[in-house]
Design a protein around this ligand. Structure first.
Ligand SMILES: [Mg+2]
Length: 195
């Protein structure tokens, strides 16, 4: 039977929002983020990173650099709480209109959030039920993604979350829940999952 999943945005949810991370050492976990992932692991809830990473399309850095950032992310999760992500998806593509310049990655892509490509790919690969799933993010576009996929959206107040709530960033949004941070989001999920 298809299982529920918790999809996690990266910047501003797991690690501190600090713009484009040109140095791997500049990736730092948000307090209690590792604890939150560990809680998902303990409850056998499939935990999947879904991240727009337009750095390669903008010509800022290579795919290898994005992979190195994700190795550090996984290392820090493991080091703090022996926590782990079950899968990692990211979209390196960006349309020309949105600022893509490197021809290798400059295209429209159904993987770019709030399009649902990464969730659909994960659902096929790991037998996930998107309607029973959750998306946790710090942007209105993460909540749009959740709703586009038929999942529930949780907005955290780390990263851009507070700016979204005050109306000074992106657009108005109606998440199923607004959480202080990822740990509180996961605690809410654990009391609201339907199985
Ligand atoms: Mg984010």
């Amino acid at each position: 039977m298809a299982k529920p999943a918790v999809f996690l945005d990266r910047d501003g949810v797991l690690n501190r929002e600090a713009g484009y991370l040109h140095q791997v050492e500049d990736l730092h976990l948000i307090p209690n983020a590792a604890k939150a992932v560990r809680l998902l692991n303990d409850h056998n809830l499939f935990c999947c990173l879904i991240s727009n990473q337009s750095g390669p399309a903008r010509g800022y850095y290579s795919l290898n650099h994005v992979e190195a950032l994700h190795e550090r992310l996984q290392h820090l999760l493991d080091k703090e709480e022996k926590a782990f992500l079950n899968a990692l998806y990211y979209c390196p593509y960006l349309s020309p209109a949105a600022g893509g310049t490197n021809p290798q990655f400059t295209c429209w892509s159904t993987w770019r959030k709030p399009n649902t490509g990464m969730l659909v790919a994960a659902a096929w690969e790991y037998d996930l039920d998107l309607q029973q799933s959750f998306v946790v993010g710090d942007k209105a576009t993460d909540i749009d993604l959740a709703h586009n996929a038929g999942a529930k959206g949780i907005l955290v107040q780390t990263g851009y979350g507070k700016a979204v709530l005050s109306g000074s960033y992106q657009h108005e949004t109606a998440p199923e829940y607004t959480a202080e941070n990822l740990l509180e989001a996961v605690q809410w999920i654990l009391t609201h999952e339907l199985f």
